[in-house]
Design a protein around this ligand. Structure first.
Ligand SMILES: [Zn+2]
Length: 216
């Protein structure tokens, strides 16, 4: 009996040891990207390539105080600033976790932002040795990294990739690609709906802040 328990423990350790580990557990993988700047948020390490402008990213992301995304973060007790890229990315992450009902409180991942769309193809080719098809953004599970261009740094496209990161990290056994795609598409759809509601900025600046509720 005692022998069989040890055999079980030994087998478990062996299986865990032999399991394919994430790239961050091993030597860094060269994706060919030269980052000019690194920022850290609660959930992400964010790498900006040369020429990528933080103000442009904020503008493209276009998340304002009237978006429910920020209310989600407020409810969790975090303090956010609508002008802070790191805060907004955390808010988007927390909101997406809430919508998917997949909370990952200790999640940390990478977001790499490149200047030109063509650079994503080069990254994919460098990592996999074959041309990739995504020229706006993609997520790589093995390195837990989202790649996205400055031009496509919208909450909808980024939210789609963040959803892929959440789904990949939530499940121990990865769901079928089609299922992941449907869920990521759902997050993107919810964000597009939010986008259409934007502009009560006049009301906001007039001081009559409308009540905002979390979730969607
Ligand atoms: Zn997708």
């Amino acid at each position: 009996m005692r022998k069989s328990i040890w055999l079980l423990i030994y087998s478990f350790v062996l299986v865990v040891w032999l399991c394919p580990v994430r790239a961050w557990a091993g030597p860094a993988i060269d994706d060919g990207i030269q980052s000019a700047r690194k920022m850290d948020s609660g959930h992400f390490s964010i790498f900006l390539s040369a020429g990528v402008d933080e103000d442009q990213l904020l503008k493209r992301l276009d998340i304002g105080p009237d978006h429910k995304i920020l209310a989600g973060q407020t409810l969790q007790g975090a303090v956010f600033s609508p002008g802070s890229l790191t805060d907004l990315l955390d808010a988007l992450f927390i909101w997406s976790c809430g919508v998917l009902d997949m909370n990952l409180y200790n999640y940390r991942g990478n977001i790499k932002i490149v200047k030109e769309p063509g650079q994503l193809g080069e990254v994919y080719l460098k990592l996999y040795g074959v041309p990739g098809h995504a020229d706006k953004a993609f997520y790589i599970y093995e390195t837990n990294t989202i790649y996205i261009t400055e031009q496509d740094f919208t909450k909808e496209i980024l939210g789609h990739e963040i959803a892929h990161a959440i789904i990949s990290n939530f499940f121990v056994v990865q769901p079928p690609q089609k299922v992941a795609e449907v869920l990521a598409g759902y997050i993107e759809f919810q964000l597009r709906k939010l986008g259409g509601n934007r502009p009560h900025l006049q009301t906001l600046t007039a001081g009559a802040v409308p009540a905002v509720t979390a979730g969607n």
